[in-house]
Design a protein around this ligand. Structure first.
Ligand code: ZN
Ligand code: ZN
Ligand code: ZN
Length: 403
């Protein structure tokens, strides 16, 4: 992001005083200081001042629940938070959805719109003469195009330019929800490795549905995905579970996650991968598995505060390269996780971004041998001053499932 500082405009130039804050702060803001959400609004405003964005517009996606606690339904009716740099935010919401919105500490106003109204023109009038606008990444194109028509002088950028780095740093409460989600996913992984999820003779799709039910039984409010890739299919990282029947001698990559809410929070994601073997270990598989396990361990160990994302990637990649499997590791090492399954920071060889305390991300190296099999091991890790903290702690030893 370009810090093209539109110069902190005011700020007392004659600051004689006790070098600290404005003594005359009539500020309604001060009464809001306590809540984490009000802090998030402040952080976004700071980024707006830095980048020159005058209004942030949040529709679908994670920015809206992160700021307001409210998750919009993916509807053809527009929901949009209008957050101007200088005045109070307004949530423009379909009237029939308005009862679901809880307005915490008057952090924002509600503007329900009736079926006879045009929500785009309501948003446009709240934007007024502002021209530098950020719009949430997942806003439907149909709404963005209507806004472009209604605001012909508007210049739009994706809101993730402002919110991505902010949302990437989780506070304590967010880490608590991520940890609860990871533990719930770990219980399903334990069941898998303990043979409670039968594999042999079942289809991948059947096992996937079973894992999904277990994610919900362990506390997730929603299943986001449950990849089950068996035998040669395990060589495809994002294989869609299908009708293939799992046989003895098949490696099975199981990569699954859902969303979990805690104490009324919006849903935070889990995401873990374990590779097991059904029945018997095929030739050469143990060596590949062991290399991926060591790569994952080294990747996690490298995930210290101040490390660059690229360093974490190469810590994992170097192990696989050393084992002659560098060419078989065909994806980045990981991705941030939070309200979304994939978000900043991305653990990729091209990223010089440095890890900060509170960054939460996956470390998930893999090796894929087309026509034969694949292996992936994935845990969610939080960077802390005390070192990398794994949220997923289920067994990583090669496990044979006999059922
Ligand atoms: Zn993935
Ligand atoms: Zn995953
Ligand atoms: Zn992942």
């Amino acid at each position: 992001m370009s810090p093209e500082s539109t110069a902190p405009a005011s700020r007392n130039p004659v600051s004689t005083a006790p070098a600290s804050r404005n003594p005359v702060s009539t500020a309604p803001a001060s009464s809001r200081q306590s809540s984490p959400r009000s802090r998030r609004f402040e952080l976004v405003r700071r980024e707006m001042a830095r980048s020159g964005v005058q209004v942030v517009l949040c529709s679908l996606g994670a920015d809206l629940p992160w700021l307001t606690g409210y998750e919009a339904m993916p509807l053809e009716r527009l929901t949009m938070l209008v957050l101007p740099a200088e005045s109070d935010p307004t949530l423009v919401v379909p009237a029939l959805e308005a009862p679901r919105v809880e307005v915490e500490d008057s952090l924002f106003r509600l503007r329900p719109w009736a079926e006879s109204e045009d929500p785009v023109s309501i948003v446009a009038s709240l934007v007024g003469s502002a021209t530098r606008l950020a719009v949430s990444d997942r806003t439907w194109a149909v709404f963005l195009m209507a806004l472009q028509d209604a605001l012909p002088d508007g210049r739009f950028c994706p809101s993730s330019k402002l919110t991505g780095p902010l949302r990437a740093v989780k506070d304590e409460a967010e880490i608590a929800v991520l940890a609860a989600a990871a533990s719930a996913a770990d219980r399903v992984a334990d069941q898998l490795m303990g043979g409670e999820v039968p594999l042999i003779g079942r289809s991948e799709a059947d096992v996937s549905a079973d894992i999904g039910r277990r994610l919900v039984a362990e506390g997730h409010s929603r299943v986001n995905f449950a990849i089950v890739a068996s035998g040669p299919n395990s060589a495809s990282p994002h294989h869609e579970p299908g009708s293939r029947l799992i046989e003895a001698g098949d490696p099975v990559v199981c990569d699954f996650g859902g969303s979990l809410t805690l104490d009324g929070s919006p849903g935070y994601c889990s995401d873990t991968t374990r590779t097991v073997v059904a029945g018997a270990i095929p030739d050469g598989f143990s060596e590949v598995y062991d290399a991926v396990r060591r790569a994952q361990a080294d990747g996690v160990a490298a995930a210290t505060v101040g490390a660059r994302c690229a360093d974490v990637d190469s810590a994992a990649r170097d192990v696989l390269t050393g084992a002659g499997l560098g060419e078989q590791f065909i994806h980045r090492t990981g991705h941030g996780i939070g309200l979304e399954e994939h978000e900043a920071p991305y653990i990729v060889s091209t990223s010089v971004e440095q890890l900060e305390p509170g960054h939460a991300f996956s470390v998930e190296p893999g090796a894929y041998l087309p026509g034969r099999y694949g292996v992936r091991i994935e845990d969610i890790v939080v960077a802390t001053e005390a070192g990398p903290r794994r949220l997923n702690v289920s067994c990583r030893e090669l496990t044979v499932v006999d059922a």
